[in-house]
Design a protein. Sequence first.
Length: 76
Amino acid sequence: MRSRRPIARGPHLGTILLGIVLLLGGLAALSDQLLSATLDWHRLAPYAVLGTGALLAVAGLGAAIARRRREPGQVS
């Protein structure tokens, strides 16, 4: 008899991270417009991409470790 995978509950981590990234980008653009502060997007963009990639890598590593530690019959 084959064991069934537990039903995933709650939102996916990727959806949450994408929402956070878009929220931060929107806040940066809004603050640029409202505060009359000039953001150098040519300098800011590479760091934002690197930071997002690092955040996704750490989250993926954490999910992989959590999945290994979870026992086969345990429901999350």
